[in-house]
Design a protein around this ligand. Structure first.
Ligand code: SAM
Length: 285
């Protein structure tokens, strides 16, 4: 790992350590503080649906954070293993699991980008389900993105399925060619009208998503979270659909994938997509 990569991991670890200590559950869950509880419920439904059936599954959650999402998955699964770069997040997840009375949960600190990740990983090719939710977007170079993908897919058992969720896709971004309200309007119109080959983001979906965004804007922000830093530190590599697909193809040519849209219309999700990757072989459940 290069010095620049080490430094950025350190900054990211510090950032998530600080968020994980928050008493506000949405902040501790590493969501933007204006996320609604209803949106969290939709998001969770999406994930459970994409990973179903879970009853007999061993689940690995890479970049599990404090487990606000992950432990809801663990409730449905046979075994749940969470790994995260942030020690404070892992501690919070363990506390939360104890409070929920879950006995099928394991969590440990690990860096999926570390050179020795394969050695430290909890089990190569042994997980029926792998979840990597809002994690791959933290890649600061294309090489890091490829390694995130490889770490996740290397952990899949034959017949297993990975959800690489909430990937910001550059082509889906609303770009305004000039500043101001007029520019924004043009950016939104172009976003709605553009079609995206290979991505399931239809115009109808975009219009519904805009309506949800508009109604969200009318609601007040959660109280007491004004001091939360709005952005993860670092320079993130813009992710394109073909780039992400190439990471799967180059590391696991035997695997098949499909894109899915998130039903949630929260502002940060409108330009995101989920990648569902299947390993060949016999399936669980
Ligand atoms: C945006 S949070 C998402 C948390 C959780 N997946 C969720 O959606 O609720 C990103 C998480 O990825 C973790 N992370 C970032 N880089 C990582 C790495 N190289 N290895 C393991 N975890 C990492 C961070 O510490 C943070 O907890």
């Amino acid at each position: 790992m290069t010095d620049a990569s080490e430094a950025s991991r350190h900054a990211i670890r510090q950032f998530y350590d600080a968020l994980s200590a928050s008493t506000n559950e949405l902040v501790a869950s590493h969501r933007p503080p204006d996320t609604r509880r209803g949106q969290m419920a939709i998001l969770l439904d999406n994930i459970v649906e994409a990973l179903a059936p879970l009853r007999d599954a061993r689940v690995l959650d890479i970049g599990c954070g404090t487990g606000v999402l992950g432990l809801q998955i663990a409730r449905h699964a046979r075994q749940y293993v969470g790994i995260d770069l942030s020690p404070a997040a892992v501690d919070a997840l363990q506390d939360r699991a104890r409070a929920m009375g879950l006995t099928n949960v394991e969590a440990r600190v690990a860096d999926v980008l570390a050179d020795d990740f394969a050695a430290a990983a909890p089990g190569s090719r042994s997980f029926d389900r792998v979840l990597m939710y809002t994690v791959i977007n933290l890649a600061q170079t294309e090489e890091e993105g490829r390694r995130f993908m490889q770490g996740g897919l290397d952990s899949l058992a034959p017949g297993g399925r990975a959800l690489v969720g909430s990937i910001p896709i550059e082509e889906l971004r609303m770009t305004a060619p000039w500043r101001g309200a007029g520019g924004r309007g043009v950016g939104v119109a172009r976003w709605v009208l553009r079609s995206h080959a290979g991505l399931p983001h239809t115009r109808a979906w975009k219009v519904r998503s805009l309506a949800r965004r508009a109604s969200d804007r009318l609601r007040p922000l959660a109280a007491g979270v004004a001091d939360v830093p709005p952005h993860t530190p670092g320079q993130f590599v813009p992710l394109r659909r073909d780039m992400v697909e190439d990471w799967v193809r180059s590391t696991h040519p035997e695997m098949r994938w499909r894109w899915a849209v998130e039903r949630i219309g929260a502002p940060m999700h409108a330009s995101r997509a989920d990648l569902i990757v299947e390993a060949p072989g016999s399936t669980t459940g």
